[in-house]
Design a protein around this ligand. Structure first.
Ligand code: NAD
Length: 279
């Protein structure tokens, strides 16, 4: 069965990272032209060359920040000139910060002597950083890149949320709240755009072992899983971390016309984590 993906133009933010570089490759494998956006210019330029060579389909790396509207506007001009009008947007740039991460799961009496590790030690600078990157970093690219879709009354936007958006994980207060905001915004925008032919959905990946969470899930020195890592595996019915490749089917489904009546949903891809009560 054919989809309408072939020769469409997709913008992928955070494409220099673990998850979105794989997403870009799977789009290219389906015949989608990709514009790879990242602050890490070298990573996306290298990836674009790799994609063109492997999949024989146009791909460009464009340096821009999802927090800088001017740089996104410049990127759009380059994309329109080189690849054409934009059909899809994957808002993948995101991440956590140690500055907004508590050192303990639950505060207990003995923490009164060391508040730094609790909620009271968290830095507002960290909250700002995490909210900016995950929430504003989804809004701004959408403002810039969705205009082409609105003009042609056709397009699909996929935001990358997280498992912690439904129920917060311990320690990462800012990241959980920022991803909850992404879910809320996904629903809001899906309604706002629903008569304009543009669908807006999100994927909530479960636990993958990547750069952003390695410091929480594996011991830096020994490489062994931390107590938190063990807890995650024990609460994931499939008893393993996911891989970036395992997000691809959901991404292609949400972008393609196979999901033409689907908008405003956040789909978990989590090995059963969100379904499991722990008993
Ligand atoms: P990653 O750190 O490997 O990639 C993130 C990319 O975003 C990097 O290439 C980075 O340079 C880029 N970036 C950072 N700030 C930017 C900015 N201002 N403008 C443009 N690009 C910027 O992270 P990842 O694990 O591949 O995560 C991708 C997405 O998936 C994120 O939104 C993350 O929150 C989400 N996610 C990850 C996991 C996981 O387990 N890794 C789970 C759920 C959700």
């Amino acid at each position: 069965m054919e989809t309408n993906l072939k020769n469409k133009v997709a913008v992928v933010t955070g494409a220099g990272g673990v998850i979105c570089s794989e997403m870009a490759k799977s789009l290219a494998a389906m015949g989608v032209k990709t514009a790879l956006i990242d602050i890490n210019a070298e990573a996306v330029e290298k990836l674009a060359i790799e994609i063109e060579k492997k999949y024989n389909i146009a791909s460009i790396g464009v340096a821009a920040s999802v927090l800088d509207k001017e740089s996104l506007k410049n990127a759009k001009e380059i994309i329109n000139n080189k690849l054409g009008s934009i059909d899809y947007l994957i808002n993948g740039a995101g991440g956590n910060s140690p500055l907004a991460t508590a050192g303990v799961d639950q505060m207990v009496d003995s923490d009164l002597d060391n508040l730094d590790e609790t909620f009271f030690g968290m830095k507002m600078e960290g909250f700002d950083k995490v909210f900016d990157l995950n929430f504003k970093g989804t809004i701004l690219p959408t403002m810039v890149f969705s205009m082409d879709m609105i003009e042609k009354k056709e397009g699909s936007i996929v935001n990358i949320s997280s498992m912690n958006s439904y129920r917060p994980l311990t320690r990462i207060a800012a990241y959980s709240a920022a991803k909850a905001a992404v879910n809320n915004f996904t629903q809001w925008l899906s309604v706002h755009f629903s008569k304009m032919g543009v669908r807006v959905n999100a994927i909530a990946p479960g636990f993958l072992l990547t750069n952003q969470n390695r410091f929480l899930l594996t011991d830096e020195k020994t490489g062994e899983p931390t107590a938190r890592g063990v807890k995650i595996i024990n609460n994931t019915p499939m008893e393993r971390y996911g891989t970036p490749e395992e997000l691809q089917g959901t991404l292609l489904y949400l972008l393609s016309d196979w999901s033409a009546f689907v908008t405003g949903v956040v789909i978990p891809v989590d090995g059963g984590f969100s379904a499991y009560s722990g008993v």
